[in-house]
Design a protein around this ligand. Sequence first.
Ligand code: BTN
Length: 251
Amino acid sequence: METAPAIPGELLSRLAQFGRLHILDTTTSTNDYAFGLAPAREPAIVVTRHQTRGRGRFRRRWFADDGSLLFSLLLFSAPGSPELAALTQLAGLALCLAVERVTGQKAQIRWPNDIILDNKKLAGILCETRRDAVVVGVGLNVNQTAFPQSLNDAGSLRQATDRAWDRFILLDAFLVEFRLWLDRARKGDMQACLKAIKDRSAILLRRVEVRSFLRRSVGTVIDLDSDGRLVLRLDSGRLVLLSAGQVRRLR
Ligand code: BTN
């Protein structure tokens, strides 16, 4: 990842419009670093080149290398604010739109927190809250040419397009989109947000398997609700609302 002086000043000042910018060489996890900044009560962006304990959902380790874009946003929202429930989806939407704007590639959201392109996982999002501090952590595979064999589900923008991309331009595009959609959600226009999220869904109206700690459900995704939940019609015809799980598309 480029160090601060290599980033054009204009781009740096645009990034800093979102909050105080922290560009690190290494940290444990940008999500943890961002929570450490919460007492200052100021929105922030934390970007790092390496993470020693980067994590994903279900406490899984998050793979990253020199091709990754790793960052977290720190923001503040009163507990119970309407946009909170859909924050992962809003971040996913912003990421898809940013990727499309910069690279022309049409990525999709695989509920709840994966971004996929050409059936490969391009990015993961980990939103966490502690009191009114909210951290949105993103790991985007940008310039990798290969992944460890154990990650056969992963893909990068470089693999999809055959060229390298500037990570800070992608970050800038993400911040522009994220601010726009977060503002819409905060102003109460969840319907517009939901429509855009559904338009980008990789699983709406598809037959899927959803695995969570306690159960496995198979059915057709018939909707996403304003609380970020999946509405699944089980094969029995019964409707269930799911707020977490690992989704696999079935044929
Ligand atoms: C997932 O797919 O399970 C979510 C992965 C989120 C990874 C990012 S990398 C930057 C930020 N810091 C972390 O420790 N995790 C998130």
